[in-house]
Design a protein around this ligand. Structure first.
Ligand code: CS2
Length: 504
C-alpha cells in the first residue's frame, strides 16, 4: 500500500481500501459499457494526442467481469468500428489505464474518488443507474441499495458511491474534482448533484457537513449532452474486426459515424482538451440536452416500440415501414420540436433530416429491443414535459400517447395479447409490476390509469391528465384488438387534424 493510500485509509470516514492509481490516470469512469468506449474514450484519445496531460481513464464496470478481463488481457486496447453503409473503419483509443468490477470492489470505487490524482469522474450508468424515483425525480429512499448505502458499509449504488467517495475526498484534503454525467437525463449535472446532496443530507447528525461544505467549495457537476448510436457488440462483429485488424479483439465496439458531445465548461479540477475530438463547450448544454433527449431519444422510443410490435428486430427496419416513418415525422415535428429551444447555430431542419439518415443506417443493426429496454426510466426523461406543454396548450399529443401505448403493449400486454419476441427481449425493472397491473386490467384505460394516474410512472403532473390517460388507453386497445398499424394510422390522422386546425 502506498503512503498516500495509507493516509487516505486513516483519515476517511468511510472504509477506504488500498489502491494504486496507475500513472497518468486522471479520470475515473463509472459504466465501462460500449457507449463510453465509443464516445468519451474516443474524445479523450484525441485530447491526449493533441494536448497530452494525465488524463488516462480507470474504467469501472458495474458488474460485468468479462469486459474487465478482456481489457486486461488486451492491455486495455480495443477497437471502435465506425460503421456506415458500405464501409467500416477501425480506431483504437488506448486511453484506459486500468479496469475493475465495481460490484466486486465497491470500496475501491470510493477510494478512487477520494484519490486526489483523479480529477474527473465521468458517468455512463444509464438512466437506470441514478436511483431516483420516476414519480418525484428525487432520490429513491425506498430503494434497497440506497437504504443499505445510507446505513454504512461499502456503497453500491452510483449515487451512494459518489457521495461516500466525495465524503472521503473531503476528509483526505478536499482536492477539487468534477463529476460529469454523460447519461440521457435532463439537466444531468444538476440532477446528479441534487441526488448526491440528498444522499448526504440523509446521513445522521453532522456526518455529512464537511462533505457538503466541500461540495460547495470544490466540486462541480457540469452538464453534458452525449450523442452516438452504439449498438451491442455481436459475435459477427468480433470476427469482422479481428479479420480487419489481423489480431483477435474480443471487445470491439460498433458505432455510427455521427458523434456529438456538448459540455458545460465548469471543471473544478481541470479537464482534457476534449475539443480536439470535436466536443463543443457551451453555455447552452440545456438546449442541446432537450433537443437530443426529445427529438432523438423520444422519437427513438416510438420507433422501437412500434417496430417491435410490427415484428421487426432493428431500428432501420422499423423506420423503413411507411406507417412508422410518418409517425416518427409527426411526433418529431408536431410534438417534440415545439417543446424545445434550438441551440444557437444549430440548423434544426438539417439536424432532423440527419436523424432519419442515422436511424436508417442498416449496416449498424441497432435493435428495437435495445432501445426499448428500460422504458420505465427512459420515457420519464423523454415524454412528460413535451406532453404537458401540448396538453396545456389545449392539444392532445397523439403520438406521444402512442409511444406510451406502444411501451405498455410491449412490457405489460393485456391478457390474451402477445407482443412478440422483440418486445419479450426488452428488459425493464418495472416489467413485473406493470405486468401485474395488466393481468387484472379489463382494458387499456384501466391499465393506463393505474400506471400513469396512480403509479405516476411519468410524474405526478402527467398523472393528473385524464384526457391523456384516456387517449393512451384507447390506443392500447387499438394496438391489441385491431393491430399496431391501425393504431399508427389513427394517431397520425388525429394529429394531422389537430395540426390543420391550428393553422391560420
Ligand atoms: C437510445 C439511445 O437506447 C436508447 O434509448 O435512444 O441509446 C441512443 O441510441 C443514444 O442516446 C444516441 O446518442
Amino acid at each position: 500500500m502506498s503512503n498516500e493510500a495509507q493516509s487516505l485509509h486513516r483519515s476517511a470516514s468511510t472504509t477506504v481500501a488500498p489502491l494504486v492509481t496507475p500513472a497518468g490516470a486522471g479520470i475515473l469512469h463509472l459504466g465501462l459499457g460500449s457507449f463510453h468506449r465509443a464516445h468519451q474514450a474516443v474524445y479523450t484519445a484525441a485530447a491526449l494526442q493533441s494536448a497530452g496531460g494525465d488524463w488516462g481513464i480507470i474504467g469501472v464496470a458495474s458488474r460485468s467481469r468479462s469486459i474487465v478481463d478482456a481489457l486486461h488481457a488486451q492491455d486495455f486496447l480495443y477497437s471502435v468500428a465506425t460503421i456506415a453503409p458500405g464501409s467500416t473503419s477501425l480506431s483504437i483509443p488506448g486511453v484506459h489505464t486500468d479496469a475493475f468490477v465495481g460490484a466486486e470492489q465497491p470500496e475501491r470505487v470510493v477510494a478512487q474518488i477520494a484519490d486526489p490524482r483523479i480529477r474527473i469522474v465521468t458517468l455512463t450508468v444509464t438512466e437506470n443507474g441514478y436511483s431516483y424515483s420516476p414519480a418525484t425525480q428525487h432520490l429513491d429512499l425506498d430503494d434497497d441499495t440506497v437504504r443499505a448505502d445510507l446505513r454504512g458499509g461499502a456503497a453500491r449504488s452510483t449515487i451512494g458511491q459518489l457521495a461516500r467517495g466525495l465524503q472521503a475526498r473531503a476528509a483526505a484534503g478536499g482536492a477539487p474534482i468534477s463529476i460529469l454525467s454523460c447519461d440521457n437525463l435532463a439537466a444531468n449535472g444538476a440532477h446528479t448533484e441534487g441526488l448526491v446532496r440528498e444522499f448526504l443530507h440523509e446521513l445522521p447528525g453532522s456526518e455529512a457537513l464537511d462533505a457538503l461544505a466541500f461540495l460547495d467549495r470544490a466540486v462541480s457537476f457540469p452538464s453534458s449532452m452525449v450523442d452516438r448510436i452504439v449498438p451491442s457488440t455481436t459475435a459477427e462483429l468480433r470476427v469482422r474486426v479481428s479479420a480487419l485488424l489481423g489480431a483477435r479483439d474480443e471487445v470491439p465496439v460498433p458505432a455510427e459515424p455521427f458523434t456529438m458531445w456538448a459540455i458545460e465548461d465548469r471543471f473544478a479540477g481541470g479537464r482534457p482538451a476534449w475539443e480536439a475530438g470535436g466536443a463543443v463547450f457551451t453555455d447552452e448544454v440545456g438546449r442541446y440536452e432537450q433537443m437530443k433527449v426529445r427529438l432523438l431519444n423520444g422519437t427513438h422510443s416510438l420507433i422501437a416500440y412500434l417496430g417491435a410490435l410490427s415484428g421487426v428486430g432493428t431500428i432501420p427496419e422499423a423506420i423503413g415501414l411507411d406507417g412508422i416513418e410518418s409517425a416518427a415525422r409527426a411526433v418529431l415535428r408536431d410534438e417534440y420540436e415545439p417543446s424545445i429551444a434550438v441551440p444557437t447555430g444549430v440548423d434544426i431542419r438539417a439536424y432532423e433530416s440527419e436523424l432519419f439518415e442515422r436511424w436508417a443506417n442498416s449496416a449498424l443493426g441497432h435493435r428495437t429491443s435495445q432501445v426499448g429496454t428500460d422504458g420505465s426510466v427512459k420515457l420519464r426523461q423523454r415524454i412528460p414535459e413535451p406532453a404537458l406543454l401540448s396538453l396545456r396548450g389545449g392539444e392532445m399529443p397523439h403520438l406521444i400517447a402512442l409511444t406510451v401505448a406502444g411501451y405498455l403493449s410491449c412490457i405489460a400486454p393485456l391478457p390474451g395479447f402477445d407482443p412478440g419476441p422483440h418486445a419479450a427481449a426488452m428488459t425493464d425493472g418495472a416489467r413485473e409490476r406493470l405486468a401485474g397491473y395488466a393481468a387484472s386490467a379489463r382494458n387499456g384505460r384501466e391499465l393506463a390509469q393505474r400506471v400513469i394516474g396512480e403509479l405516476h410512472l411519468f410524474g405526478e403532473e402527467l398523472g393528473a391528465q385524464d384526457a391523456f390517460i384516456t387517449r393512451v388507453g384507447e390506443l392500447i386497445d387499438t394496438i391489441q384488438r385491431r393491430g399496431v398499424d391501425h393504431a399508427i394510422a389513427d394517431a397520425v390522422s388525429a394529429s394531422r387534424t389537430t395540426t390543420k386546425e391550428m393553422q391560420p
